[in-house]
Design a protein around this ligand. Structure first.
Ligand SMILES: Nc1nc2c(ncn2[C@@H]2O[C@H](COP(=O)(O)OP(=O)(O)OP(=O)(O)O)[C@@H](O)[C@H]2O)c(=O)[nH]1
Ligand SMILES: [Mg+2]
Length: 375
């Protein structure tokens, strides 16, 4: 039963047999590792993050991104200490804004444009995390960030970082959530999370931000091509980018099409009361329309802050994530169980031949897993 599986998941894992995904030859998960209260790395990075030291923050993010069990455990201990600090100090809020869109939609250029306005004109401190689902642990989009956000990357009030997705569905979420806590503790006013509109990453990002923006570049007539209906359903704001030069007519057309689509897809009431998602146009090249986009972002954030929905939304997200992480971890344990692996081929044969029902096959696999874990 799920209850039993949850009990197993929270019980201390036996030291043998568990493999940490992606680490060939490792025999422990970070759950097996305990971190002493006075761990020097955790203590040093804790102070560095609170003192807003960029290199310290970068090292802390590297730690929480690590797939090495001991580093993961330290990273989690660091995040826990900082969470406690944030809860006690009633820290000023760091708004989290997710920005998605198909590859090349203009996300990074938009962030560079708005980011410069925020840090230079408005005196804000901003952090940018780019989540690239296609890049592996090496962070393949780093070069892209440096070229697409050249000024922001080097500005002292900005912090730009690529978060590797690490392949697993929960991986990107876990890293990004922890990195978000680190950025909040480092006193940033706003955290922008850029994610490519491919794969599942964008849905995950939607579930960890206060506001979700969909950016769309003017297409060759079929504006909705490549835009997933699911993303349209959850977007709080849609922005047509590249509204400049000879792209203006196409951008106007895209805005009309997207407005229509938004009305169709968002028939259901928006989860945050009183907000009507809309379509805006801007050009990150000329800067036209960009302040209006940010003004709308702030209007949304202020509204949900004042109504108390921002806090409710975040609490609901935390619970949702806890269960998703439990599910992900349990599935890892399940897939890696030698007993399950030994039973699976014969069971799959029977299933395919129609000799077993899917429900019965699942029961047998679960029994096999539970009996062998309990021993
Ligand atoms: N004309 C025009 N071109 C733009 C604008 N914004 C971005 N571009 C161009 O569009 C291309 C893609 O821009 P990026 O900002 O890298 O797009 P992205 O969505 O971050 O791309 P990925 O990170 O690869 O998904 C680049 O060649 C930009 O120069 C704009 O406002 N106007
Ligand atoms: Mg980009």
């Amino acid at each position: 039963s799920l209850h039993r599986l949850c009990q197993l998941a929270v019980a201390p894992a036996p030291a043998s047999g568990l493999r940490c995904r992606g680490l060939a030859g490792a025999t422990t998960t970070y759950l097996d590792v305990s971190v002493p209260q006075d761990d020097p790395t955790v203590a040093r990075l804790y102070q560095a993050v609170l003192n807003q030291q960029r290199t310290g923050l970068a090292q802390a993010i590297t730690l929480v991104e690590s797939r090495h069990p001991e580093k993961q455990a330290r990273g989690q201990a660091l995040v826990n200490r900082l969470l406690k600090h944030l809860a006690q100090r009633q820290h000023k809020r760091c708004f989290r804004v997710g920005i998605t869109g198909t590859p090349g939609a203009g996300k990074s250029t938009f962030i560079e444009c708005i980011g410069q306005d925020l840090v230079k004109r408005q005196g804000k401190r901003i952090a940018v995390l780019t989540v690239d689902p296609s890049s592996g642990a090496t962070g393949g989009s780093l070069l892209g960030d440096a070229t697409r956000m050249p000024e922001l990357c080097v500005h002292p009030s900005a912090f730009v970082r690529s978060t590797p997705s690490g392949g697993s569905l929960g991986g990107v979420a876990r890293y990004t959530q922890n990195a978000a806590v680190l950025c909040e503790a480092a006193g940033f006013d706003c955290l922008l999370i850029e994610t490519m509109g491919v794969g599942q990453a964008e849905y995950q990002v939607n579930d960890m931000v206060d506001m979700f923006l969909l950016l769309q570049s003017p297409g060759g007539g079929d504006e909705l091509q490549g835009v997933k209906r699911g993303v349209m359903e959850v977007a709080d704001l849609v922005v047509v980018t590249k509204c400049d030069g000879n792209l203006i007519p196409a951008a106007n057309h895209a805005a009309t099409e997207l407005s229509r689509a938004l009305r169709t897809y968002q028939r259901m009431k928006h989860p945050l009361s009183g907000w009507r998602p809309r379509v805006l146009r801007c050009s990150a090249l000329t800067g036209e329309g960009v302040p209006e986009v940010w003004q709308t972002v702030m209007e949304f954030l202020e509204r949900v802050t004042d109504s108390g929905e921002l806090v409710q939304h975040r609490v609901a997200q935390l619970e949702k994530w806890m269960w998703l992480h439990v599910r992900e971890h349990l599935m890892d344990l399940f897939r890696e169980s030698p007993a399950v692996a030994a039973t699976l081929p014969a069971l799959l044969d029977e299933l395919r031949q129609g000799l077993k029902s899917p429900g019965n096959a699942a029961d047998l696999l679960l029994r096999c897993f539970l009996e062998n874990r309990a021993r």
